[in-house]
Write a protein that binds this ligand. Structure first.
Ligand code: FEO
Length: 397
């Protein structure tokens, strides 16, 4: 396990988690990396650590270029355990002079790790003299935790961004220009949708703040995925675009089905949308993961949700996905609900309330079918699709 040089004095000493398939509810089908960086110079500095089980991988990479006990500074840019999980082991082994984090980082690290060592708080504008270079800090509150922080290596012009600008992608290729754009674009969008989306307004303000500071690094080094060296502006511009949450003429139909009735309704609604020229993505919760639903919604303008009724409740998979979507606070959606029932249709109506609670502009009452939809009911569904399409086009015009 070797350290890999990314710029004259900076080495990647992280770990690759090829087998991760679930990151707190987000399906990481391509695994991830936990990137840690070692700055060599007068005061060797470690930026972030890795998830606890990967400590020895990080340590082996560090040992390939330096005695770990020569490390004088450890910076923890973010307290979440995929980056701080190995911090206590690292401090015990390396005995650094100082460990730095943001003020909120200090609090969160203390509450999570109960460390026996001191952590020194830093804030935006604070600088550490590393001898041959300077490390400065930019707090990035709520991107995506209150403790999130970026560190900038001034002379070398490398910005360590922690989760920001990262993606869950296990790859042996360390740089943007070595990775397939079609794949990274999917993963960057999925990461934004599942991790960063609720903080989009903060992203927009933060990008403005970074621009005002004149910070335009030649290299962006996040803690997941690869390092941006060829064109860091690609991911910065993609963030600006995703944060804007601009809707398009696209509808996502999210549903589950028990005996096929709700699925028939979903297909008839899709027909109506399509006939009116709206792009449709049908997503049965039998076949799709919640994290792919929010990714599809990233550029959508409408959401339609459908459920059967089971024991006087909405279907469990629909409760799951709607709870997840509510937390991610996707903006600029119109929508409505539909579903089938046997003797109690109220749970279908409750979907409408759930959409409203998610901030969706509901454009029609729910369409409900008593058991299997007949031809008249399917025509009603088709008309619902056309109505949503029309409302969406009006909103976009
Ligand atoms: Fe990669 Fe918020 O942790």
């Amino acid at each position: 396990m070797k350290a890999l040089q990314i710029s004259p004095h900076v080495y990647w000493v992280g770990a690759i988690d090829w087998n991760l398939r679930d990151f707190h509810g987000y399906a990481t089908t391509r695994g991830t990396t936990y990137n840690a960086y070692l700055i060599l110079g007068d005061k060797p500095t470690l930026i972030d650590t890795v998830k606890k089980p990967f400590y020895h991988e990080m340590l082996a990479r560090i040992k390939s270029i330096i005695d770990p006990q020569k490390i004088e500074i450890i910076v923890s840019n973010h307290a979440e355990m995929d980056h701080s999980g190995a911090l206590c082991e690292a401090v015990q082994e390396m005995q650094p002079v100082t460990v730095y984090a943001s003020a909120m980082g200090v609090k969160n690290l203390q509450a999570q790790l109960h460390p026996s060592f001191e952590i020194k708080p830093v804030k935006t504008g604070d600088k550490i003299d590393l001898g041959s270079d300077t490390l400065s800090f930019v707090e990035a509150r709520m991107l995506h935790w209150p403790d999130s922080m970026l560190a900038y290596l001034v002379k070398e012009d490398v910005l360590f961004t922690n989760d920001v600008f990262g993606m869950h992608l296990a790859t042996s290729k360390l740089f943007d220009d070595e990775n397939d754009e079609e794949i990274w674009m999917q993963e960057a969008r999925k990461y934004y949708a599942n991790i960063v989306l609720p903080y989009s307004d903060i992203v927009t303000r933060f990008l403005g703040q970074v621009q005002q500071m004149g910070l335009k690094p030649k290299m962006i080094a996040p803690d997941h995925g690869f390092i941006w060296r060829k064109d860091p502006s690609k991911i910065v511009n993609l963030y600006a675009q995703m944060a804007a949450q601009k809707p398009t003429d696209k509808a996502v139909i999210v549903y589950d089905t028990m005996w096929g009735s709700t699925e028939k309704m979903a297909q008839a609604i899709a027909d109506g949308l399509r006939q009116n020229g709206t792009k449709v993505q049908l997503m049965s919760m039998h076949a799709n993961h919640r994290s792919d639903v929010i990714t599809e919604l990233l550029d959508a303008g409408a959401i339609l949700v459908g459920t059967p009724v089971l024991n006087s409740q909405i279907y469990p998979a629909m409760a799951d996905v709607l709870c997840y979507l509510k937390g991610l606070k996707k903006k600029n959606l119109i929508g409505t609900a539909f579903g089938s029932y046997g003797w109690n249709g109220a749970p279908v109506d409750s979907l409408t309330k759930m959409l409203e609670e998610m901030g969706v502009e509901v454009v029609s009452p729910a369409v409900k079918s008593l058991f299997v939809p007949d031809e008249t009911k399917l025509q009603e569904c088709e008309a619902l699709g056309k109505l949503v399409s029309q409302k969406l086009k009006e909103k976009l015009s």
